[in-house]
Design a protein around this ligand. Structure first.
Ligand SMILES: CC(C)=CCNc1ncnc2c1ncn2[C@@H]1O[C@H](COP(=O)(O)O)[C@@H](O)[C@H]1O
Ligand SMILES: [Zn+2]
Length: 347
């Protein structure tokens, strides 16, 4: 690792936007493939390498392949454990993982088991002393409509009350070109009212103005991507005003947007727009396995693309603490940790 990379790796970081099955590393995929050789899946089908780009449709096909490889409790336990340890090794001190509970008739996996297994992985890592605080957001796939969303909220609510604070919120994700957020509004409202925090993928593609406007009225606690919210890219000032007025942090994933081709190149990423506004934004990975990246690399890319100093980067990672869904005492602990680590990182 070169000298510059060491700084980004040692920088304590907060990861708030990571889809479990999109975060599976090369090493873990290899283990999964050897568990299921009959599927004839090759690693090239589960990741988008350096310099490669895919259409959004092609990216979502990748998740289908990964889901075939991850369809039992054992798989989920291994995947979640590996992903947590990888984030920890990359210097992430606080992680909010998100995942869509799946039922698999062939293996007997239920949605309840699915969530329980992710929680088990989090607890096991904690017991092993892995230096990372991990929380879980239960994801709603927008394609599945009202009823499934309601059922997911109910499950999330039950686990929020029984998981010792590990389940903290809901995510709304899935192919942005499918389904309509307006049918999911009642479920999201219900979740919010029972104390679940909301992180919603918003305006990930153009032409979601109406939906974004509607969902912003909730308002959500954080926004994923928000690529097409601002007027320069076909959004509107009134959408921006709503985000600013409610002080809703954005989760920004540079490589994901470039490789998924919703943003033409790093220098045109909307990070710059929101950073110039001084609006809270948090750099995240989205799917570190699929997009072959890690959080250190994303910070380094932001710095080199937008000319940020090490002090700017430190502030960025520190300000992310204010955007987490865990309660105030956790924020205080993290702030303390950052303070302690500062001299080491800037040695
Ligand atoms: C295609 C592309 C550029 C991806 C990045 N942008 C995304 N936008 C919306 N939903 C996503 C994205 N990446 C992952 N997901 C969601 O996360 C799921 C995979 O993780 P999991 O099974 O929930 O554990 C996908 O099936 C999808 O529902
Ligand atoms: Zn995402």
């Amino acid at each position: 690792m070169d000298h510059a990379a060491v700084f980004y790796q040692e920088l304590p970081k907060v990861e708030l936007h990571a889809h479990l099955n999109g975060s599976v590393s090369f090493q873990t995929i290899e283990k999964l493939i050897s568990r299921k050789p009959q599927l004839n899946i090759e690693h090239s089908m589960t990741a988008i390498g350096k310099g490669q780009r895919r259409t959004l449709d092609e990216c979502f096909e990748v998740f289908k392949v990964i889901h075939k490889l991850v369809d039992t409790e054992e798989d989920i336990l291994m995947v979640a454990t590996d992903v947590i340890k990888e984030f920890a090794a990359d210097g992430v001190k606080y992680l909010e993982l998100r995942s869509t509970p799946r039922e698999e008739k062939d293996t007997g996996l239920t949605k309840k088991n699915y969530i329980e297994t992710v929680i088990k992985a989090i607890q096991q890592c904690k017991n092993e002393g892995v230096d990372i605080d991990v929380r879980f957001l239960v994801a709603i796939d927008r394609r599945n409509g009202t009823e499934v969303a309601m059922e997911t909220v109910k499950l999330a609510e039950d686990f929020m009350l029984s998981s010792d604070g590990l389940v903290v919120g809901l995510d709304l994700s899935g192919d942005p070109t499918v389904g309509n957020g307006k049918y999911l509004l009642p479920a999201l409202e219900k979740g919010k009212n029972c104390g679940l925090k909301l992180s919603l993928h918003l305006s990930e593609v153009p032409s979601q103005l109406e939906e974004s406007d509607l969902l912003l009225n909730l308002p959500p606690d954080r926004i994923g991507h928000g690529t097409f919210l601002h007027p320069e890219v076909g959004g509107s000032q009134s959408l921006v005003d709503k985000v600013v007025k409610n002080n809703i942090p954005l989760e920004l994933c540079l490589t994901s947007n470039v490789k998924g081709q919703t943003v033409p190149c790093y220098s045109q990423h909307h990070f710059n727009y929101w950073y110039q506004l001084g609006h809270p934004s948090v750099i995240c990975t989205d799917d570190k396995g699929v997009f072959c990246t890690d959080l250190s690399q994303e910070y380094q890319l932001a710095a080199s693309t937008f000319g940020l100093s090490k002090e700017d980067i430190w502030k960025l990672s520190q300000q992310a603490i204010d955007c987490i869904f865990a309660p105030e005492d956790v924020k205080q602990q993290l702030k303390h940790k950052w303070k302690e680590l500062y001299p080491q990182v800037f040695k």
